[in-house]
Design a protein around this ligand. Structure first.
Ligand SMILES: C[S@@+](CC[C@H](N)C(=O)[O-])C[C@H]1O[C@@H](n2cnc3c(N)ncnc32)[C@H](O)[C@@H]1O
Length: 197
């Protein structure tokens, strides 16, 4: 499997955690549980969700004994029940998408826009990091297909401008792309992001 994922940038994550008093980290797309494992060392509660049966079992073993709640299913089915239960703002690491090999496709290869809409409607103070922004550009899907040798559906992968527009349509927020990450934060957190990315 080609894994384009970068690690969640912890310096800016922790600065935002401290600024907003965030206790909860939520990840879509667990894979082997590597990011959830790291987040468990920094946040009181971690939730992570994975659609692929085998990855879910492997990650459950890896995360056994950690302060991580694993959810088995499509993020678009799990988030609607999880979001109302969250107390206060949370940090979301959005990384659920088809990655070939032993990964699975949900309702779409990449549910990022629907995830962002649900999260922003639930609480505009939530902080969102979207991983793998190198794919969300005009030639991103073609380059990915050439590199990995399987076929992603172009129409399932929104352009970065559409992702930012969807976030801003739900209310004011500061959005910034740095390397492979899109940051979507409440407007008052702009300075925290700029000083820590
Ligand atoms: C790039 S990997 C995640 C890497 C992981 N977040 C990390 O940081 O180590 C993407 C994962 O998302 C899962 N996935 C794909 N679509 C999903 C969906 N709709 N809901 C939940 N998981 C999904 C795939 O099966 C795959 O394991």
């Amino acid at each position: 499997m080609w894994t384009p994922s970068t690690r969640c940038p912890m310096q800016v994550a922790l600065a935002l955690r401290n600024a907003l008093g965030i206790k909860t980290f939520v990840e879509t797309g667990t894979a082997q549980g590597d990011t959830a494992f790291i987040a468990a060392g920094h946040f009181t509660c971690v939730f992570t969700m994975e659609i692929h049966d085998e990855a879910f079992v492997v990650a459950s073993r890896h995360l056994n004994g950690c302060n991580v709640d694993m959810c088995h299913g499509d993020s678009l089915d799990v988030l609607p029940s999880l979001l109302p239960s969250l107390i206060g703002p949370a940090l979301f690491w959005l990384d659920a998408h088809y990655s070939g090999g032993p990964t699975k496709i949900g309702k779409t290869e990449c549910p990022v826009i629907e995830e962002i809409q649900m999260i922003r409607r639930s609480n505009p103070k939530h902080v969102i990091f979207v991983d793998d922004m190198q794919i969300f550009c005009t030639t991103g899907v073609e380059r990915l297909n050439k590199m990995v040798g399987w076929s992603h559906k172009h129409d399932d992968w929104p352009h970065v401008d559409a992702i930012i527009a969807a976030a801003q349509a739900e209310g004011p927020c500061f959005c910034m792309v740095k390397e492979h990450i899109l940051f979507i934060v409440p407007p008052e957190c702009e300075k925290v992001v700029l000083e820590n990315v």
